[in-house]
Design a protein around this ligand. Sequence first.
Ligand SMILES: *Cc1c(COP(=O)(O)O)cnc(C)c1O
Length: 377
Amino acid sequence: MEFSTNFRHTWAEVDLTAIKKNLKMIRQNYPNKRIYVAVKANAYGHGYIPVSEAALEAGADALAVASLDEAILLRDAFPEASILVMGWTDPRYVSIAVESNIELTAFQAEWFSQAGSVLKDKQEQLKIHIKIDSGMGRIGIKTKEEAYAVIEEVTKFSSEFEMSGIFTHFATADSFDLSYYEKQMNYFYGMLEIFSPIRTPETQIHIGNTAASMRFPDDMVDGIRFGIGLYGLYPSKEVEEVSSYQLNEAFSLQSRLAHVKKMKPGEHISYGATYEAETEEWIGTVPIGYGDGWIRKLQGFEVLVEGEKSEIVGRICMDQLMVRLPKGYPVGTKVTLIGENGGQRIRIDDVADYLETINYEIPCIITNRVPRIYLTN
Ligand SMILES: *Cc1c(COP(=O)(O)O)cnc(C)c1O
């Protein structure tokens, strides 16, 4: 769902120049390695197509998503781009992937057997990335037995599968303690050994997410999968602390005052009448609410108006919320929920901290009702 109009005065700005800068920054460390940009989940809420376009223009080698549906959406927009699905795909759909030249992730012997038969019938070849579960515990080959079973199937269907990649994913690359990261690395290298008989010169090894690629450039083999850093966000406070990268945050969230009034002491605000004005107070109404992803737990958090912090008071409604203003501003005055306003700034990390979650989640939860406006300069 996307509106053809934008009359409400609530919008997100996505700075594509920031996205390009972030990509170019990581590229400096990896002049010759393959950079997959993670653009799943609507490019972490920033917008599939404009973000992918900016990243490709800035030199990304491939787009990485979670599902075949996301891959097909991107294929329609980018006929030439290299696209990888990092999640599990139903083997019945392998021909669809082949026909759209989409690379799939696989790790189950049974999957290779089913997919191999489908491909053989159609005389098709699928580009495959083998996923190793080196300790994330999500998807991938965990044991040697599983590895041998997969190798057997891949060997059986050697014309049906092209070995494009082998990869793994780290669970703790963003924390100070590196013991688990090292354990995963060792496990992965042991597995790589086992896969050497079916590796080809074209098989790319890609292991690093943003955290690993920013911290351990020497460990990354042939490629990296760069996600959160592309959007100008650090994978964790630890990474931000030790990192020499100056990332550029791309996402901001804006609205405008729809109504401003003076409350008398003892008067109440919003559902449940839980907020009571103590003195004469200026209250502004902002047209954004939990139906836009600005969830009710954000009550008590602040927005910026004319560079001043203004607290969200009373319960957040589906489409609107109220803020306590330092003075009476005119209707139409800009309200910043994320980003800069009058020299002050609310970072995505501030919102995440308030909600006791991670920055990744914040742009993802801003719904499609909020139009994304793209800044190209
Ligand atoms: C999302 C994802 C990434 C990107 O992770 P970031 O921490 O955002 O860099 C890399 N690899 C896989 C398998 C992913 O699902």
